[in-house]
Design a protein around this ligand. Sequence first.
Ligand code: BG6
Ligand code: MG
Length: 220
Amino acid sequence: MNRRAVIFDLDGVLVSTDEFHYRAWKQMASEENIPFSRSVNEKLRGISRMESLEIILKNSSKKYSPSQKADLAERKNCYYKKLLEGLSPESVLPGVLDLLDGLKQQRFQIAVGSSSKNAPYILQKTGLDRFFDAAVDGSEIRKSKPDPEVFLLAAKKLGVPPGSCVVVEDAPAGILAAKAGGMAAVGIGSASSCALADWTAKSLQEAKASDFIGIFQSLR
Ligand code: BG6
Ligand code: MG
């Protein structure tokens, strides 16, 4: 069995569902008259739904009870799921399928490690599910990134030691999670300027399987 693995975040790495999260939170926040900007949205990358809500509510003058907070999160998730209905195999970001094919040819194990409870639905709608050897979603973990739980569980499912895994992330919290788990980290998009990342690219269009071979060689 191959002892090297690449673990991909989902939202903002394989599919641009990060934009859908933004739009769904924006709609809920507008209805509640809570200021919500793209810069606040950046803090939500990789963070669980309820933790994201708490960050958004810091800008609210109104106090919400636990049950009201649950309703707000549920309302956002309804808007988000409506947007997800439009996903198809064409929604997969440029460069992703070529990279996954290349990694498989090089006999890497590949997995998804996502904080999202909607990850299984997204993987199925986009047809990405058939590519991966393992997947972990938000319903399987108790602590969200920057805790390494999601990536450690993905590595365990693959049977690959953490030190032989590279994580691909668009969230600085995800890069921290990879490092906390003893894994190498590739930062793309919003994490492409993250100093902790071992390798960075603007998008996966710029990444080739040979780059991952190089990352593993540099770790030795
Ligand atoms: C992560 C996103 O992938 O999933 C976060 O980066 C999101 O923005 C989190 O909050 C949880 O997603 P969901 O679909 O369970 O609300
Ligand atoms: Mg992400």
